[in-house]
Design a binder for this molecule. Structure first.
Ligand code: UTP
Length: 297
């Protein structure tokens, strides 16, 4: 059965160890890409896809993330009085409608599957989206919106998929493809972080999902697997065994792994260059620095 997707889960309870010491006090999702925290990009993408209910799975030490969505009414009034309308607009883009956000705690970081399972009572019996905010996707049409449109055709469960080199496949969940239909593939299996040389394809799962509510029941049955964690991919793979459709969607866009330092730096360059007001200065700085490095070699 297909239904409109209005709820999205944002699992943000991970420890973010790759960004220590910053993440000792600042949640990874609040780290800034140009001038907005990662979480803002995720929220904007969800809104564009028609999401109206936002469920955050948070943890101890994430209060800066929760505070980010409070309305800064005093600051707004001051900027308004000062005639700084562009800043008021920028500030308002982070305002959420009262009652549209829910925060649920994951008491121990037992894995992404466990984090999503923590939201089950708020999701109920309807399809839902999952967005990992540290996967940032630059796309003309936001990735989740592309997926919602594709999901309207297929139903089932859908994961965003991206080609990766065989050497990188063991860092991802990888799809075992049944039928390749171009932008969409039907899936007959999924393996989380396959051992080198054993990946069933070069199509890797990245952090956007539209899931059938039956995945929530499967989350109750999975056991720790790759990395000793409860893996969401294992619960999705069970859908296939139970005879329900699972699809991979080759989105149009560029994905940045902002959970890693190198990926975050690449995103900073790409998003910086994409901003008209920064482009000229930033581009000439990049040219300069590359030329200087070449000369020094
Ligand atoms: P990561 O694998 O990037 O883990 O989680 P992490 O803890 O955030 O970061 P590192 O590896 O220690 O640097 C992928 C996504 O799943 C969430 C994370 O918050 C992130 O959005 N997650 C992971 C949870 O919410 N709970 C968990 O138990 C594990």
């Amino acid at each position: 059965m297909k239904r409109k997707v209005t709820k999205a889960v944002f699992p943000v309870a991970g420890l973010g160890t790759r960004f220590l010491p910053a993440t000792k006090s600042v949640p990874k999702e609040v780290l800034t890409l140009v001038d907005r925290p990662l979480i803002q990009y995720a929220i904007d993408e969800a809104r564009a896809a028609g999401i109206t209910d936002f469920i955050f799975v948070t943890a101890k030490g994430k209060s800066a993330l929760e505070d980010y969505f409070d309305h800064a009414t005093d600051l707004e009034a001051k900027l308004e009085a000062d005639g700084k309308h562009d800043l008021v607009e920028a500030l308002r883009s982070s305002n959420m409608e009262s009652g549209s956000i829910a925060y649920i705690r994951q008491h121990r970081a037992l894995g992404l599957g466990h984090a999503v399972g923590c939201a089950r009572r708020l999701i109920g019996d309807e399809p839902f989206a999952v967005i990992l905010p540290d996967d940032v996707i630059a796309a003309e049409k936001p990735c989740l919106q592309q997926m919602v449109e594709a999901y309207a055709e297929t139903g089932g469960s859908m994961v965003a998929a991206m080609e990766v080199s065989p050497a990188r496949a063991s860092s991802y969940g990888v799809l075992d493809i049944e039928d390749d239909m171009g932008s969409m593939v039907s899936v007959k299996g999924m393996v989380e972080k396959p051992k080198p040389g054993t990946a069933p394809s070069n199509l890797a799962v990245i952090g956007r999902y539209i899931l059938a509510p039956t995945v929530l029941a499967n989350l109750d049955q999975i056991v720790p697997s790759a990395g000793g964690e409860l893996q969401l991919t294992d619960a999705i793979a069970m859908e296939i065994e139970q005879g329900r459709g699972v699809y991979g969607y080759r989105f149009r866009g560029e994905r940045f792994d902002c959970g890693s330092k190198a990926g975050f730096l690449q995103a900073t360059v790409a998003f910086g260059l994409a901003r008209e007001e920064l482009r000229e200065e930033f581009q000439s700085y990049l040219h300069e620095i590359v030329a200087m490095r070449k000369a020094a070699q």
